[in-house]
Design a protein around this ligand. Structure first.
Ligand code: AHG
Ligand code: MN
Ligand code: MN
Length: 299
């Protein structure tokens, strides 16, 4: 079976980028080990006003330490930090975004959660289409890595020796029939509601876990449209452009799918600020294009 390193060596990736991808994806091992003793909510909130669990903080601090010691990262932005963290001693210039733990409200019920990573050439304040690499580690029954270095999307899983081996090459998202929408139904805006009704009428099946990374992994495999829309009271939507939308949307797009803010390709949006939030529609290309063309989704 092809290992992650063997795969990376078969690509046109720079050596330092290969080292960075390997190093960060290996942090799934200590992060998973930390689950058992970091389950509880702590007495703090992140800048989005969301309660943190100990594992959100632990994973963030662990990854920041990894970046600092690696000397491969010049700046890092995290969902759990108010400012960009600079590493002046770095010997490479990569700029990295992280959602250290996505889906953290599911940790206490033992459902799949993950870590989302985006790598840019020099700055994190970039359009998603400029990502050099994007990947996620999904902590489910297996630890799965979904990766793109702009040469297709590939899945790997940690084996018994804690080594990533390829489990699916050249993943392509099918025009499948799953759907999901975040936010309370009573707060949905009219065009979004109309779009969801269309999906239900067409026989789309509801699949929503509360962990964006796990949901998108499922949609990559089976196809359909996952959404976290603009809603009454929060017209920006909930999810974050830098940490969630861009890396996951880039992976889905590399697999032949699409990500939209309801009107246009979200990967073309320049972030206005670190905590930029955005409505999200991600999944199979055909249904998302149909939505953009036939529904006047509020953005
Ligand atoms: P995080 O755990 O990083 O704060 O992200 C949670 C996100 C995402 O994973 C999920 O799709 C969404 O928030 C769930 O929100 P609701 O609880 O509103 O469903
Ligand atoms: Mn998240
Ligand atoms: Mn998070």
């Amino acid at each position: 079976m092809t290992t992650l390193r063997e795969y990376l060596d078969s690509t046109s990736c720079e050596e330092k980028l290969k080292d960075l991808i390997e190093l960060v994806s290996d942090q799934a091992i200590p992060i998973r080990k930390a689950f058992i003793s970091n389950q509880e909510y702590v007495d703090s909130e992140n800048i989005y006003g969301e309660k943190q669990i100990a594992l959100d903080k632990w994973s963030n601090e662990h990854l920041m330490k990894t970046f600092r010691e690696s000397k491969l990262v010049k700046e890092a932005a995290s969902e759990e930090e108010a400012e960009v963290v600079e590493f002046p001693d770095a010997e490479a210039s990569y700029a990295v975004t992280i959602d250290p733990l996505d889906g953290s409200s599911l940790v206490q019920v033992n459902l799949a959660v993950g870590t989302i990573v985006g790598v840019y050439e020099k700055s994190v304040m970039e359009e998603g289409r400029n990502l050099k690499a994007a990947f996620y580690m999904l902590y489910g029954p297996l630890t799965v890595l979904g990766l793109t270095v702009r040469e297709g999307v590939h899945f790997f899983a940690l084996n018994e020796e804690n080594e990533y081996v390829m489990t699916q090459k050249d993943v392509r998202i099918p025009e499948g029939k799953l759907y999901a929408s975040g936010a309370l139904k009573r707060d949905w805006l009219p065009e979004h509601q109309r779009f969801i009704e269309y999906l239900e009428k067409e026989g789309y099946k509801l699949r929503y876990s509360g962990s964006f990374v796990a949901d998108v992994h499922q949609y990559l495999k089976y196809g359909g449209v996952f959404s976290y829309p603009a809603y009454r009271g929060k017209e920006t939507g909930k999810l974050r452009l830098l940490f969630e939308a861009n890396p996951m949307g880039f992976i889905v797009s590399e697999a032949g799918g699409r990500i939209s803010d309801g009107k246009k390709n979200l990967l073309e949006i320049r972030p206005e600020k670190l905590d930029h939030r955005i409505p999200i529609y991600v999944g199979s290309k055909g249904i998302i294009e149909k939505m953009e063309n036939e529904y006047d989704i509020e953005v």
